[in-house]
Design a protein around this ligand. Structure first.
Ligand code: PBG
Length: 355
């Protein structure tokens, strides 16, 4: 007697015709019980579709001047501003936890901020100093630097402000110089977060001309004007100084097709990786971008998302550890290859069974 695997071919064809999206869509089968595959932990592990690993994590750090100091950020419980020496200590922690990459953001002393964000071009600014210090001890650790002027401008905008308008091409010219300064310091990934038009092409060309052929670009390709950046602006000290909002350059949160056009342009301009930001409220965008372009696609679980989970957990309103892991695997489910997240060290410890 012939052994049959599954249902006869004719039936499967028939079923497929009525359900074009699923190859073997069953007709209503009362013996189906979805709970069988959930009956125990081993069974759930066996059918699990997505996994988070430490390879998926990029850990953002905030750098501040001074020595041997860690300053808590009130609106981001558990996150601190670090002096350069302390950044090196966290880099060591990242190495031990198998986190592949750090992202660096500066808290610039207010006295160094000006209209043009000129401190961004100082080869000895905090970010460049931190890059050199970390690379010296841990050359194998990936380093990502944000390209935008907001940590350096007195008005808190990502670009040059003139008569109440953010100038595009003039800003791009400065961002190119900022990227070169960071690459010179040893940064591996340049991440333009400014949302000016044409910046990826200009940065790519300048990097190549200067011989930085291997420096990658991760474009903040679909970055939305979001209320969820609030705690970040506390962290870098721009929340009080920001005049107006960023809606003339960051995207309208109601738009989705527009995100695909943004991503398409950044890829055409030479982006190696693309990012969607914020994260959880924009998982639909992550999925569309991944499905449309099949590019290395990242999501930024931003400061406000972190604050909501950490704040609720600290109040005893949710189980913080479970909410953290659930939110991170959601990015994988949506198609992200990796996540920038302030939870990176805690999640890595959890994944390695250290908490
Ligand atoms: C700067 C920048 C911002 C973030 C990353 N890079 C803030 C902004 O655009 O206002 C936000 C990150 C976070 O909220 O965690 N251009």
């Amino acid at each position: 007697m012939a052994i049959k695997f599954g249902r006869p071919i004719e039936m499967r064809d028939d079923a497929t015709r009525n359900h074009p999206r699923t190859a073997a869509a069953p007709s209503l089968d009362l013996s189906t019980r979805m709970r069988r595959n959930r009956k125990s932990e081993w069974a759930r592990r066996l059918v699990r579709e997505n996994v988070l690993t430490t390879d998926d994590l990029i850990w953002p750090l905030f750098v501040v001047g001074g020595n041997n100091t860690r300053t808590p950020i009130a609106s981001m419980p558990g996150v601190e501003r670090l002096t350069v020496d302390q950044c090196v200590r966290d880099a060591e922690r990242a190495m031990k936890l198998d986190i592949p990459c750090l992202a660096l953001f500066p808290y610039t002393d207010p006295s160094l901020r000006d209209d043009n964000g000129s401190e961004a071009l100082n080869a000895d600014n905090l970010v460049c100093e931190a890059v050199r210090a970390i690379k010296k001890e841990f050359p194998e650790l990936g380093l990502l630097c944000d390209v935008a002027l907001d940590p350096y401008t007195s008005h808190g905008h990502d670009g040059l402000l003139h008569d109440g308008r953010i100038l595009n091409d003039e800003t791009v010219a400065v961002l190119v110089q900022q990227a070169l300064v960071q690459a010179e310091a040893g940064c591996d990934i340049i991440a333009p977060s400014d949302m000016m038009d044409g910046r990826v092409a200009a940065i790519r060309e300048a990097l190549d001309d200067a011989g930085f052929l291997d420096v990658q670009i991760m474009a903040y390709a679909a970055k939305y004007a979001s209320a969820f950046y609030g705690p970040f602006r506390d962290a870098i000290g721009s929340s009080k100084t920001l005049t107006g909002d960023k809606r003339t350059y960051q995207m309208d949160s109601a738009n989705s097709d527009e995100a695909l056009r943004e991503v398409e342009l950044d890829i055409a301009e030479g982006a190696d990786m693309v990012m969607v930001k914020p994260g959880l409220p924009y998982l639909d965008i992550v999925r569309r971008v991944k499905d449309t372009f099949a590019m290395p696609t990242f999501a930024y679980q931003v400061s406000g998302e972190y604050a909501m989970i950490a704040g609720a957990a600290n109040n005893g309103w949710i189980d913080g550890e479970r909410a953290m892991m659930e939110s991170l695997v959601a990015f994988k489910r949506a198609g992200a290859d990796g996540v920038l997240t302030y939870f990176a060290p805690a999640a890595a410890e959890k994944l390695k069974g250290q908490r």
